[in-house]
Design a protein. Sequence first.
Length: 166
Amino acid sequence: MNNTRKITAMLLAILMLVSCVMLSACTKKGTDTSSADEASTATADSAPVTNAADEKKFAVLKDSYKPAMAFDLTGKSVDLAQVYGSGFKKHGGELCFKEDGTFTAYIGVYGNANDVTGTYKVLSMTEIELKYNNDTTVNAVITATDVNGNAVEIRIPESDYNVIFQ
């Protein structure tokens, strides 16, 4: 029994070390600006085009976000440990967006890296598509941005809950 506890503790320590190393690799992401230059020019033969400088099309994601609160599908507030399990209180978590278009969502304790990693695409000022490596796709909602178009709050559906990351 003592050996089982020691092995479990050692495995958890290794998992935390790997999580910390992966999360420390976060870097600032850019946005797709190709349409901004195209939208700001109009020719004599074409109709006037809205100046993209006046109307941002894509939100900018920060390096990382922490889970802040969760709600069930009726809108009732629930403890984050109810969503992510008891390991959340001990290990916490972070949603990390990397410049190469990948993300990690190490929250609580996970056994399968495919369930917490994947690719993302910013679809608009209010929507992000997350494609997990386990073939699950989720559309997250950007619920708040600052004056520069940086996403400061994201809502992600998680099973029977909506989790707010800030």
